[in-house]
Design a protein around this ligand. Structure first.
Ligand code: AP5
Ligand code: MG
Length: 217
């Protein structure tokens, strides 16, 4: 069974690789970023509460995020594995996941950590275009859609994320180094960490991640 945490700085390729991993291994892709953006798009109370935090690149509170993820992981579709993208992101979230993971029989057994240098991340974020409907990620420089501005997967019009500006990106990157990067040590100690170089071609990275998944499934 694959109970996966996908980690990495903003723009490393988490969403890009989560798409095929979830499909090929038939496990739900649970992205806290996507869940928050859906809440914002729906105009729900939660969406209004977190809008300013997300757009400025800040972190949503641990309590709120953990409650959301615990509820999602408890669902039946996660009983044969899951793929968490963007959670946990702080030491408190990692500790909470460890505790409630045991409680609901959803303990993490594999961490895929994708790293890339800052200069590359900023370039990727500047060129990123996303599908507001299915969440697919494209890039005007490196991973162009077949038809300019249109999602290859579902045909919707691509947009630029509101937090994909230089200012918000800097906040996201600072938060990553301060709060999320220490989790590498946490998961190394748990014996589940696997590091990957996210600066290589996406197709080459897919091959090495697949080898890792095959060895662990
Ligand atoms: P989230 O949506 O998780 O954003 P993020 O972590 O900043 O990560 P990104 O989605 O920006 O990057 P990615 O690694 O998915 O890159 P992608 O594959 O698209 O979170 C958003 C916000 O929600 C947070 O800032 C926070 O406010 C809140 N939040 C979420 N989770 C939270 C939590 N747990 N606690 C508190 N708050 C939380 O790729 C990037 C670009 O590069 C694309 O254009 C892609 O086409 C291109 N690309 C990817 N790989 C390659 C490659 N190998 N070669 C060339 N181009 C590539
Ligand atoms: Mg993403």
């Amino acid at each position: 069974m694959l109970n996966i945490v996908l980690m990495g700085p903003p723009g490393a390729g988490k969403g890009t690789h989560a798409m095929w991993m979830a499909k090929d291994y038939a496990i739900p892709h649970i992205s806290t970023g996507d869940m928050f953006r859906e809440a914002m798009a729906s105009g729900s109370e939660l969406g209004n509460q977190i809008k300013d935090i997300i757009n400025s690149g800040g972190l949503v509170s641990d309590d709120l995020t953990c409650a959301l993820v615990k509820e999602r992981l408890s669902r039946k579709d996660c009983e044969n594995g899951y793929l968490l993208d963007g959670f946990p992101r702080t030491p408190a979230q990692a500790e909470a996941l460890k505790t409630f993971g045991k409680e609901i029989n959803r303990e993490v057994n594999l961490v895929i950590n994708i790293g890339a240098p800052d200069e590359l991340l900023i370039q990727r974020i500047a060129g990123r275009r996303v599908c507001p409907k299915c969440g697919a990620s494209f890039n005007v420089n490196t991973m162009k859609p077949k038809v300019e501005g249109i999602c290859d997967v579902c045909g919707a019009e691509l947009i630029q994320r509101k937090d994909d500006n230089e200012e918000s990106f800097k906040v996201r990157l600072t938060n990553y180094y301060k709060s999320t990067a220490p989790l590498m040590e946490f998961y190394k100690n748990e014996g589940v960490l696997n590091d990957f170089d996210g600066s290589i071609e996406a197709t080459d990275l897919k091959k090495v991640i697949t080898d890792c998944l095959e060895a662990h499934k």
